[in-house]
Structures are given as structure tokens and as C-alpha cells.
Write a protein that binds this ligand. Structure first.
Ligand code: NBP
Length: 477
């Protein structure tokens, strides 16, 4: 048997080291390398006995320690670090070798890198990996994109180390070049809206006088039903946690400024490019931005008036049920928007993404894992060109059933001064989509008035213009 490694991992920070250990736990021989050698040494010192690792301190030795065609996984900080690492590797590689970038790279960078490397005779796989450090170690959700040939080599290894639902691995080929990183980007966009709707529900419960411990119990209860998901589960943990320094609820001593690393912003930027309305995800990104806009908040707190966020509730249990239903509806619509963006991008960029597969591999291992994903999988499996998950035959009646509660919650939030941007934006999206007539008719009339931008008629084909400044006659444009 060869002494060479089956796979190499570059980047021994938290994600790379855990992924390398996961590979080793599954019987793969793993070459490891990190720019700063001490990190490699630390992995060997702490975990070297967990499997077969081949550590190297130089990139030449690292490449030489891997069997051909080589599979090399990059787990380095996304951006210039990824390009720098590829540049260092290239002189030592042979035709047909595979570089997989498992970082959170922007999908357009992945498209560029895939082309550059394909021109040089190498395979480049952009793979989204979700699950955080624990997932990387015990089974993440993996979203690879690249050439089908490279998936033939990498696929069995990635599927082996991924999370599983029954026998189904939470790893599937998403499509060519940037498809994998695109799908991971949408995963993160949905993660933003998921966390925001949970936060909005918490603020409403808090405003109605529920303690954090009581809210934790409510979230735990919700986690036993349709809302069953990892994020709802850990919400209970975070709300129950006491601050080790003061003994207060930890959540009350954490500064209310939400930070971000960019994938939510990319999701919204790309949605705008594609013309896909994802207002739930966008409002979640903007809510984080507003939360950390210190100057704006200080100025507003000094000057702007309104209710103080206290929610007056007659029947506590009915209110809790309403908030649960509003959370469910807003979550369904946010996921629906994200999947619409995947479907549209698949068509627009020629990726032909199997949308059901994206739902399938998010059912476990990743941060947005949720019971809802199995339903999304089933709907797209039954109808791969499904236009909108929220309008699917099994989903629409449930939204119809719960929408009264959703409207009550949005009204109560507005009247009480509790900011609920995703609850309300998703409701507006729902109403805009289902209304037989929307305000766009007047928008087109105004556009034609001031800019001769023309309008379409409901009773005749073509584009039309009214001579607004003259005799107001109509002509075909
Ligand atoms: P970081 O994103 O913190 O990156 C640190 C690693 O990048 C270290 O190994 C560092 O080497 C290496 N690196 C840097 Br920085 N610049 C480099 C360069 N110019 N050349 C070579 N190596 C360079 O690590 P992480 O949190 O483990 O994440 C790794 C990747 O996985 C990232 O792309 C991240 O976005 C993605 N990801 C992270 C999570 C998560 O939960 N953390 C989840 C999913 C995906 P050094 O030791 O020499 O500085």
C-alpha cells in the first residue's frame, strides 16, 4: 500500500484542522500544511494519534506527499489568501490534479479561478461547507461545484465525511464552476433571515413581558413542531445562559450590534443583479447594518419619538401562538425567496442546479438545518421547475391558515414600536405576489409621464406612450 496521502488540506485554523481530522477519522490518509508551521505542529501534537496525518512544513513536501491525481482542499481565509495559496501550489502540481476551495469564497471569484486553472490543465472545485467548526469535525453539509470529472474523484470522499440523513449524504454536486459557492452564499443569506425572524420573535415576547427563561421554554416547545431547526434549538440555549461575570442573563450583557462577514451582502447584491426579490433576506442584512450603525442609533435615540416596545397582551397563550405562526410564515417566505434565487441563478448562469438537491443536503450538518427543508426537497423533487415554494400546493394552504396571526403580529409590532422588518417585509412580499392588481400600473403611468418610458396595456400587445404634454393621444412605441 502507498505511503502517500489520499488527500491534502491547506490551512490548519479551526475549519481546516477539523476537516482534516474528520477525513482521518474516516480512514483517509491526510497530508496537512499551514503557512505558519506552528499551527501544523499544534494539530499533530493534539490530534496526531486520531488517524494518519502526513504533516509538512513546505508546500513542495506537502504536494509531494499526496497520491496522484492529487486532491488538495484549501481551508484558508477567503479572498487574497486563496489566490496566494493557489499560486504557491501551482508550480508543484501535475495535470489533472484537483484543488478544492472549501472557504467562503465569492462565487464570481470561483468562476474566475476555475477558468484560469482549467486553462492550465487543473481541476478547480469551489465547495461551500457549512456547519461551523463542529460540523467540519463531525459531518458538515458540503456543496461542491466544478467539473463532473472532479466530483467523480472527490465526491466519494466528501460524501463519506459529510453529515447524513439516513443513508443520504448531505453533499451533492451543485453544478459547474461557481454553482457550489453560489448555493453556499444563499445558505448564508437564508441564515441571516432565519436568525432575524427568531430575534424579532424574541423582542415581541420580551416586549410582552416574557423573561428570557420563559422565552427559552417557548422556543424549546416550538422546536418540537414545524419550526424544528438547529437555530431555534440553540436560541433556547443562548436565552438560558447566564453571564459568568455578573450572573445576569448573558443575552442582556451582549452588545446589540450584529456583525457580518459578507455572504449576506453578496446574496442581496446578486439578487439585485438577477432581479430576484429577496426582501426578507435583504431586510435581515439591513437590520444587522442598522444595529451596528452607532451614530445613527445615537442620533435617533436622542430625537425620535414613538412607543417604547412594550406589547400589551390580553391572552398570553394566544399571543405566543400568533408569534409562532408569524415566525413560521416569515421563515417559509424567506426560504422560498432563497430557493427562488438558486433556481433563477441556475437558469441565468447555465448551471442547471437541481434545486431539490440543495434542500436535501441542508437537512443536516449545516446551520440552517430544519424540518422545513425536507418539505422543500419534496416539493422541488416533485416539480423541479417549481416557481415558488410558498405557492406550492402543500404550503399555500398553511400560509393561508396562519396569515391572520402573521398580520396581527405585524400590526402589534408596529403599534408597540417593536422593529420587525422581516416579519413585515415577507408579509408585504406575500401580499404583493398574491394580489391580482398591484401599484405597478401607476408606477408605469408615472414613468411614462416624466420619461416617456412607455407602458403595456392589459387589452392590447405592445408598448404604448401617451402624449402627456400635448393632446394626450396614445401611440405605439
Ligand atoms: P480563517 O478564515 O480565520 O483563516 C485562517 C487560515 O487562513 C489560517 O490557516 C491562515 O494561515 C490562512 N491564511 C491567511 Br489568513 N492568509 C493566507 C495566505 N495569504 N496564504 C496562506 N494561508 C493564509 O480560518 P477558518 O475560520 O478556519 O476558516 C477557513 C475557511 O473556511 C474560510 O474561508 C472561512 O470563511 C470558511 N468557513 C468558516 C466557517 C467557520 O465557522 N469558521 C464556516 C464555514 C466556512 P496562518 O495560520 O499562517 O495565518
Amino acid at each position: 500500500m502507498s505511503d502517500l496521502a489520499n488527500v491534502g488540506v491547506v490551512g490548519m485554523a479551526v475549519m481546516g484542522s477539523n476537516l482534516a481530522r474528520n477525513l482521518a477519522h474516516h480512514g483517509f490518509k491526510v497530508a496537512i500544511f499551514n503557512r505558519t508551521a506552528s499551527r501544523t505542529d499544534a494539530v499533530m501534537a493534539q490530534h496526531g494519534d486520531e488517524g494518519t496525518f502526513l504533516p509538512s512544513h513546505t508546500i513542495e513536501d506537502f504536494v509531494a506527499s499526496i497520491e496522484r491525481p492529487r486532491s488538495i482542499i484549501l481551508m484558508v481565509k477567503a479572498g487574497p489568501g486563496t489566490d496566494a495559496t493557489i499560486e504557491q501550489l501551482l508550480p508543484h502540481l501535475d495535470e489533472g490534479d484537483i484543488i478544492m476551495d472549501g472557504g467562503n469564497s465569492y462565487f464570481r471569484d470561483t468562476i474566475r479561478r476555475e477558468k484560469e486553472l482549467a486553462d492550465k490543465g487543473f481541476h478547480f472545485v469551489g465547495a461551500g461547507i457549512s456547519g461551523g467548526e463542529y460540523g467540519a469535525l463531525t459531518g458538515p453539509s458540503i456543496m461542491p461545484g466544478g467539473s463532473p470529472e472532479s466530483y467523480k474523484v472527490l465526491g466519494p470522499m466528501l460524501e463519506a465525511i459529510s453529515a447524513h440523513v439516513g443513508d443520504d449524504p448531505c453533499c451533492a454536486w451543485m453544478g459547474p464552476d461557481g454553482a457550489g459557492h453560489f448555493v453556499k452564499m444563499i445558505h448564508n443569506g437564508i441564515e441571516y433571515s432565519d436568525m432575524q425572524v427568531i430575534g424579532e420573535a424574541w423582542m415581541l415576547l420580551r416586549g410582552a413581558g416574557f423573561s428570557n427563561a420563559e422565552a427559552a421554554d417557548i422556543f424549546a416547545e416550538w422546536n418540537t413542531g414545524d419550526l424544528d431547526s438547529y437555530l431555534i434549538e440553540i436560541t433556547s440555549d443562548v436565552l438560558r445562559q447566564k453571564d459568568p461575570r455578573t450572573g445576569k442573563d448573558l443575552v442582556e450583557v451582549i452588545k446589540d450590534r450584529a456583525l457580518m462577514k459578507g455572504t449576506g451582502t453578496w446574496t442581496v447584491q446578486t439578487a439585485l443583479d438577477l432581479g430576484v426579490p429577496v426582501n426578507g433576506i435583504a431586510e435581515a442584512v439591513f437590520a444587522r447594518a442598522e444595529s451596528s450603525h452607532d451614530d445613527l442609533r445615537a442620533a435617533a435615540q436622542d430625537t425620535l419619538q414613538g412607543p417604547d416596545g412594550t406589547v400589551t397582551v390580553d391572552d398570553r397563550q394566544s399571543f405566543v401562538d400568533d408569534v409562532r405562526k408569524a415566525l413560521w410564515c416569515a421563515k417559509v417566505v424567506s426560504y422560498s425567496q432563497g430557493f427562488d434565487q438558486i433556481r433563477t441563478a441556475g437558469q441565468e448562469y447555465g448551471w442547471d442546479i437541481n434545486v431539490a438537491d440543495a434542500a436535501k443536503i441542508w437537512r443536516d450538518g449545516c446551520i440552517i438545518r430544519a424540518k422545513l427543508l425536507e418539505r422543500i426537497r419534496q416539493e422541488y423533487d416533485a416539480k423541479p421547475d417549481l416557481v415558488s415554494f410558498m405557492a406550492a400546493p402543500s404550503v399555500a394552504p398553511e400560509l393561508g391558515r396562519d396569515q391572520d396571526a402573521w398580520r396581527r403580529v405585524v400590526s402589534v409590532a408596529a403599534q408597540s414600536g417593536v422593529a420587525a422588518p422581516v416579519f413585515s417585509a415577507t408579509l408585504a412580499y406575500y401580499d404583493l405576489a398574491r394580489a391580482p392588481r398591484v401599484n405597478a400600473a401607476l408606477t408605469q403611468g408615472l414613468r411614462d409621464f416624466f420619461g416617456s418610458h412607455t407602458y403595456e396595456r392589459i387589452d392590447a400587445p405592445g408598448s404604448w406612450h401617451l402624449n402627456w404634454s400635448g393632446d394626450r393621444s396614445e401611440s405605439e412605441a
